[in-house]
Design a protein around this ligand. Structure first.
Ligand code: NCD
Ligand code: ZN
Ligand code: ZN
Length: 344
């Protein structure tokens, strides 16, 4: 049995660092594990211009512990009136690494999202031309579509048309949760990839209702049936360069989660790599963790690989029930249960 594993430092290709006091509280966790991270732009108001992204990047840098080598990679929140020239200029200036498509009202702070992809076709055409990746929250928002079917329906109604119209656009299907998404991503060319979260590899939808309602297992897209979790595990551990690490760590204060209308989001940043390592270990695929965590993402984005290393050791520890950081109380993923890996 392998008891330690050393890999290139991983990157997180999808994370919510928030702003203000929450940013101060959560940024050190991500910066401790990862070399770089794709920073989600769903602040309120959203990050829609290169100037606001540059200012947000400065606030992130200021929230990092002294001496941190962490690099935030910024994204542009697309709206119906997104401007192709602005976005291309922000990309050329090295401010925007990618742009994010939130269907309007699909998830947290997505009210300003895109109401119809047709509205942003000129932007997407330009992104295809300049090789700028489009990151997609892939769920339809129609209330007549069952919440467990919203990703699968999005593939049929939006993704297939999008890739058909823009066959060379670099697309990351973010936080995939279904076997349909795996099948779709596998069927596309190398310009279409996906991130997979630790929580969708660990839990199925039963976790939300285990002995009562469990708000800390609620995120969007919601966890699905067990067959979907197994399909995600297979994809993540397959060695395919199309799948890479994206935690979707999405902190909300404990009172916003434990509420009559609790927020969607799982805060997994503090033990993210340990959580992925447990999955790869259970699947007998520890030798593929480095590709998923540290190589496939930078290769897809056309960035260099991190040169420094991290070592994980097999060692069991119980994850705390909550973390009091700065003024916030946050419940981490795996709270109260054991994880069998730790970072040395
Ligand atoms: C995210 C958030 O809270 O910002 N929530 C979530 O459940 N994943 C938004 C998102 O990634 O869709
Ligand atoms: Zn999302
Ligand atoms: Zn997210």
């Amino acid at each position: 049995m392998t008891d330690t594993i050393t890999i290139r430092r991983p990157d997180d290709w999808h994370v919510h660092l928030r702003d203000g006091a929450m940013l101060e509280a959560v940024a050190p966790f991500t910066a401790k594990q990862f070399g770089r991270a794709i920073i989600m732009p769903n602040l309120s108001p959203p990050v829609t211009s290169a100037a606001s992204a540059a200012a947000y990047r400065d606030r992130i840098m200021a929230a990092l512990p002294a001496g941190s080598g962490f690099t935030p990679l910024m994204t542009c929140y697309l709206t119906d009136d997104a401007d192709a020239d602005d976005i291309a200029a922000g990309h050329a200036a090295g401010i925007f690494t990618a742009a994010k498509l939130y269907p309007a009202n699909a998830t947290t702070n997505s009210a300003h999202g895109v109401t119809d992809v047709a509205h942003i076709m000129p932007v997407l055409e330009r992104m295809q031309e300049i090789g700028m990746p489009l990151l997609v929250h892939g769920e339809v928002t129609d209330s007549d579509i069952d919440i467990f079917d919203r990703e699968a329906v999005f593939i049929e109604r939006v993704m297939k048309t999008l890739i058909g119209a823009l066959p060379d656009l670099k697309v990351v299907f973010e936080h995939i949760t279904t076997e349909q998404a795996v099948r779709f991503v596998d069927s596309c060319g190398p310009n279409v990839a996906a991130t997979i979260t630790p929580h969708h590899l660990h839990i199925n939808r039963n976790a939300m209702f285990a002995g009562g309602i469990r708000p800390h297992a609620y995120c969007l897209p919601v966890a699905k049936r067990e067959i979907h979790r197994l399909a995600l595990r297979k994809a993540a551990t397959s060695g395919s360069p199309k799948y890479f690490l994206g935690t979707d760590s999405a902190p909300h204060e404990i009172h916003a989660k434990e509420s009559a209308c609790g927020c969607a989001g799982i805060f997994n940043a503090p033990y993210a790599l340990e959580s992925y390592a447990a999955v790869f270990d259970e699947e007998g695929a520890l030798d593929r963790l480095e590709g998923f965590a540290s190589e496939h993402g930078p290769n897809f984005y056309g960035l260099s690989l991190n040169e420094d290393k991290v070592t994980l050791a097999r060692s069991s520890a119980v994850i705390p029930e909550n973390l009091a950081v700065a003024d916030a109380t946050l419940v981490p993923f795996h709270a109260g249960s054991e994880l069998n890996w730790r970072i040395l």
